[in-house]
Design a binder for this molecule. Structure first.
Ligand SMILES: Cc1cc2nc3c(=O)[nH]c(=O)nc-3n(C[C@H](O)[C@H](O)[C@H](O)COP(=O)(O)O)c2cc1C
Length: 249
C-alpha cells in the first residue's frame, strides 16, 4: 500500500485545492450537465403521504426551516448554545469497551475529523481560534485575536462570514482513516465531514440560529490560520453560524 502522499485519495485532495493564483485561471470543466431530478417516466408511481405523526415531533420543523443563512443578527450567541452545537456534532454519546462513540456516525468509529472554531461573538468567550477537545468536552484556546476577517478572506472573501457569531472549521487527519482503508478512507473522511456539518446546521436551527455550509476556501490559508500542515491534516469543510433576526410583526 502506498504512503499517504502517494495515494490517489491524497493526490485528489491536493489537485482540488483552491489558491488565489490558480483560481483566476479556473474554467468550468468540460463535463456536460445533467438534469437535477432523475425521472422514471414509465415506472408505476406511488404517491407518498405527508401526514406522518411523530410523537412530540420536534424534528420536522428543524428540517423544514433549515435554509442556508447568510445574514445574522449582531446579538451574541450564548456559550451553552455553542456547546450544544459542538456536542450535537462530535459529542461523546456512548461507549462499548474501549470504543467511544459520538453523536455523528464515522466509518470504523475512527473519527478522522477535527473541529476548530473561529469565535467572533459568543457571550463569556473571548474572540479567537479554538480547537474542540472532544475527550474532555472543552475548548483549547489557540489564539485570543478575533480572526473572523481572516477566516472570511480565506473563504474566497465571502463577506457574510464576518458577521457570524462563530465559524466552524473542520479538518481531516488523513492517517486516522487511511491507515486502515487506504484510498477509500478519503471517501469516508469526506462523508464524515458531511454528517458533522448537517448536525451543526440542525442544532443551530434548534437554538434559534442559522448557518451556511462553506466549501469554498483557499485551503492553505485556512491551514495556516489553524497551524496545521496540510499534509497530515488539512481543512475539509466550514460553516458559519449566527443568530437569526427576530421577526417583527
Ligand atoms: C458542500 C457545500 C459547500 C457549500 N459552500 C458554500 C459556500 O462556500 N458559500 C455559500 O454561500 N454557500 C455554500 N453552500 C450552501 C449552498 O449554496 C446551499 O446549501 C444551497 O444553495 C441550497 O440552499 P439551502 O442550504 O438553503 O437549502 C455550500 C453547501 C454545500 C453542501
Amino acid at each position: 500500500m502506498p504512503e499517504l502522499k502517494e495515494t490517489n485519495g491524497f493526490q485528489y485532495l491536493e489537485n482540488s485545492r483552491f489558491d488565489r493564483i490558480s483560481i483566476q485561471n479556473r474554467h468550468r470543466p468540460a463535463i456536460a450537465e445533467v438534469e437535477t431530478f432523475k425521472r422514471y417516466p414509465h415506472a408505476v408511481k406511488i404517491p407518498l403521504p405527508r401526514t406522518w405523526t411523530l410523537e412530540e415531533d420536534q424534528l420536522t420543523p428543524l428540517l423544514q426551516n433549515r435554509r442556508s443563512l447568510r445574514k445574522y443578527s449582531t446579538e451574541p450567541l450564548s456559550l451553552e448554545h455553542l456547546a450544544f452545537m459542538l456536542w450535537a456534532s462530535q459529542g461523546i454519546t456512548g461507549q462499548a469497551g474501549r470504543y467511544l462513540f459520538r453523536a455523528t456516525p464515522s466509518a470504523g468509529a475512527l473519527y478522522p475529523v477535527e473541529t476548530y472554531i473561529s469565535v467572533h461573538s459568543i457571550q463569556g468567550l473571548a474572540a479567537g481560534l479554538y480547537h474542540f477537545d472532544v475527550e474532555h468536552f472543552a475548548l483549547d484556546r489557540l489564539t485570543e485575536q478575533d480572526k473572523a476577517h481572516n477566516v472570511a478572506q480565506a473563504c474566497l472573501d465571502q463577506k457574510f462570514m464576518v458577521q457570524a457569531a462563530v465559524v466552524f472549521l473542520w479538518s481531516g487527519v488523513f492517517r486516522r482513516a487511511m491507515s486502515k482503508y487506504g484510498d477509500r478512507g478519503m471517501r469516508y473522511i469526506l462523508l464524515d465531514a458531511g454528517h458533522i456539518c448537517q448536525s451543526v446546521m440542525i442544532a443551530a436551527e434548534a437554538v434559534g440560529c442559522g448557518g451556511c455550509p462553506v466549501g469554498a476556501f483557499y485551503d492553505n490559508e485556512i491551514n495556516q490560520l489553524l497551524q496545521i500542515d496540510g499534509d497530515e491534516e488539512s481543512i475539509l469543510y466550514a460553516a458559519s453560524v449566527g443568530r437569526k433576526f427576530l421577526k417583527v410583526n
